[in-house]
Write a protein that binds this ligand. Structure first.
Ligand code: ZN
Length: 307
């Protein structure tokens, strides 16, 4: 058994076929964790969908109405870059509920992972770039509403800038947002996060890890979150079709260990969400996501050994 819970539902898989967004990855990560002997069936919890009240703490009533009634314009669906369906809406509400549950479990157990979510491009009044609802923001707002936390940090290592996160938490002193991403990549307008680390094309393991380490150290000395949401994109990988950085599998494993180590040393609960991953071979994306869960297991065991 793992020392924390994994949040997952089979309905996360949208069966999009050969779409560049491999929604089957959620199921593949689940199967790999289970069949690879990393997790047992009892480690998984199935989420409830987020309530509309939860969603409306982040998104506008007009946008939520359009999503629920299927009345997005053609341009709005194009901007989402995933086909609209009732299954899509169900999966998005579930993923948001999954990040809420992961947040609640992390406060209890120190760690948790949503085997989905990380939809960091979703904005209050529209979705874009495969992101419909901002599950992480919805979870943070719910935990704040419940007075379970006051302050949160989002550490976003997806290769793409977290524009939705930056927009939602602009001018909010209670949420510190850090995004490390490739500068010359989507989204082309990058509203400011608390800290933006704009990387040139082709950055590899050693430079990436040194820069991330330096910024994490500073961020966690400037701000004391009661929970960290880790948007653990698999797309800084050198074989990614939508990314232009050059991290190796080993580099990504070290990235995960670095983030986990900062959470552990600061005794701060951490929630993993998967976010992007578009490797030429979907097995690589799955292996990177599984590696993030293994890094959390290792960090949890280290923390338990000390305390
Ligand atoms: Zn991405």
């Amino acid at each position: 058994m793992l020392p924390f819970k994994l949040i997952y539902d089979h309905r996360y898989d949208l069966n999009l076929g050969d779409h560049v967004f491999p929604s089957q990855k959620y199921r593949l990560v689940y199967e790999r964790l289970l069949h690879g002997g990393i997790a047992k069936i009892g480690d998984f919890l199935s989420p409830q969908p987020a309530s509309d009240e939860d969603v409306l703490r982040v998104h506008t009533p007009e946008y939520v109405r359009k999503l629920k009634t299927g009345s997005l314009s053609y341009a709005e669906v194009l901007q989402l870059e995933v086909p609209y369906s009732q299954e899509l809406i169900e999966a998005c509400w579930l993923a948001a509920g999954g990040s809420i549950l992961a947040g609640q479990r992390a406060l209890q157990d120190g760690w948790s992972a949503n085997i989905g979510g990380g939809f960091h491009h979703a904005c209050p009044d529209h979705g874009e770039g495969f992101c419909v609802l901002h599950d992480v923001a919805i979870a943070i707002r719910r935990l704040q509403h419940d007075k379970a936390i006051e302050q949160a940090m989002v550490i976003d290592t997806d290769v793409h800038h977290g524009n939705g996160t930056a927009t939602i938490f602009a001018n909010d002193q209670t949420v510190f947002t850090l995004s490390i991403h490739q500068l010359h990549n989507y989204p082309f307008v990058k509203p400011p996060s608390t800290v933006d680390i704009n990387l040139p094309d082709g950055v590899g393991d050693e430079d990436y890890l040194a820069i991330l380490d330096e910024h994490l150290r500073k961020a966690l000395s400037d701000f004391s979150p009661q929970i960290i949401f880790y948007v653990a994109g698999a797309d800084p990988y050198r074989e990614d079709q939508l990314g232009g950085l050059a991290l190796t599998m080993q580099g990504l494993a070290r990235r995960d260990a670095l983030v986990m180590d900062y959470a552990r040393k600061n005794k701060c609960p951490l929630v993993i969400t998967l976010a992007g991953g578009y490797a030429r071979r979907v097995e690589d994306t799955v292996a990177i996501h599984v590696g993030t869960i293994v890094a959390a297991r290792d960090a949890a065991e280290k923390r338990a050994a000390i305390t």
